[in-house]
Design a protein. Structure first.
Ligand code: SAH
Length: 347
């Protein structure tokens, strides 16, 4: 998809075939598109002038037609308890987003944002509090990886779309991002190492299934009945648990990929044995995994939970034959844990 910024095309968001079309239209040969793609996505240059195997004339032409977006590090916070690093990035238009690098035994994973703010209004999530501004372009999602790798010197081997925003509310740009990230002439990341998390925009789950991208789909379920889910997630009034799980079954049937269900545990709301039984009933016959997250406190809300309740709930589920783990909390000292990302730096 073409994105224009001040009349210029956002070159980093172009898929290889789109870049080729653009270059052909400028009277250039096909192979130039490959060279440029390599400069952008492998060497990751930050200016057209760095593309030294192109003539000065062509570089000038590129500058006229295209823009090369960048991210500025407004703040970097490093955890004292683990190797988590949180970046606050300023976008070219002055908006801010956050990304977090987390270290696991198998490598570094980055949690990226997909929108500036979020419209979904989940009650326990800090990303939603300042409201929604806009969706990110594919390039702005990619640049979170490029810039974080550059700054930290750490190689990133996995990506989770679990930062600020609802990925499936920015469907086209997210899909372009996934195609660019996995392009064999670019970063060439296997999409098996990428998780897309959604609060449950059902029609988009069907669309995503058809694309057979190989990603892991994470569903933010967080409750085992419609009443409890609607109380904390407004999206449930639009697409209820039954519709959501039907879409998930379809997704598994088409892609063969096991689904991961996220369950933010809230004391007194969704943590009883009865809740576990209801959840086990919903998920029976599902090839899935439940990830229990003790809800992280955000200052605007009174929700709480702890590791003890999470372990107890996990045990309930295990006893009922459901595969479950308790999510490790990383970067808690720098507000980098799930749902704590927020934008309060806008000038
Ligand atoms: N919009 C997407 C992705 C962003 S949030 C989604 O809803 O899935 C990533 C995960 O963190 C989601 O499962 C979300 O529900 C969860 N989350 C948000 N706030 C949280 C909090 N305070 N404590 C624990 N998990 C939270």
């Amino acid at each position: 998809m073409l994105i224009y910024n001040d009349g210029k095309i956002d070159i980093l968001s172009l898929l290889p075939n789109e870049l080729e079309e653009q270059l052909l239209a400028l009277g250039e040969k096909k192979f130039r598109a490959k060279q440029i793609f390599n400069w952008l996505h492998v060497k990751r240059v930050q200016s057209f002038d760095d593309m030294t195997n192109l003539s000065v004339q062509l570089r000038n032409l590129l500058k006229e037609k295209f823009c090369l977006k960048s991210l500025f590090i407004a703040k970097r916070l490093e955890s004292n308890t683990d190797n988590t690093v949180k970046y606050l990035y300023r976008l070219n238009d002055g908006n801010h987003i956050e990304s977090v690098i987390m270290e696991y035994s198998y490598g570094n994973t980055i949690c990226v944002s997909t929108q500036v703010g979020c419209k979904m209004g989940c009650r326990f999530c800090a990303s939603t509090i300042a409201g929604y501004k806009r969706s990110l372009t594919a390039s702005e999602i990619l640049l979170q990886i490029y810039e974080s790798e550059r700054d930290s010197g750490r190689k990133i081997s996995g990506v989770v779309l679990m930062g600020i925003g609802e990925p499936l509310d920015n469907f086209e740009n997210v899909v372009d991002f996934l195609r660019l990230l996995s392009d064999e002439n670019g970063t060439n990341m296997s999409l098996r190492h990428v998780s897309v998390s959604t609060c449950g925009i059902v029609p988009r789950i069907y669309e995503l299934a058809e694309l057979k991208l190989g990603i892991t789909l994470s569903i933010s379920l967080h409750a085992s009945n419609n009443q409890a889910r609607s109380e904390i997630m407004p999206i449930n009034d639009r697409y209820d648990i039954n519709e959501l799980l039907t879409a998930c079954r379809h997704y598994f049937k088409v892609t063969g990929r096991r689904i991961s269900f996220e369950y933010a545990l809230i004391d007194g709301h969704n943590d009883s044995r009865k809740d576990a039984e209801e959840l086990a009933d919903l998920l029976k016959n599902f090839v899935c995994h439940v990830n229990i997250i003790p809800v992280n406190k955000i200052k605007e809300r009174n929700y709480r939970s702890d590791r003890k309740s999470a372990n107890r709930f996990r045990q309930y589920l295990e006893d009922l034959g459901i595969n479950a783990t308790v999510r490790r909390t990383l970067g808690a000292d720098i507000d980098a844990a799930c749902g704590q990302l927020r934008r309060e730096y806008e000038i």
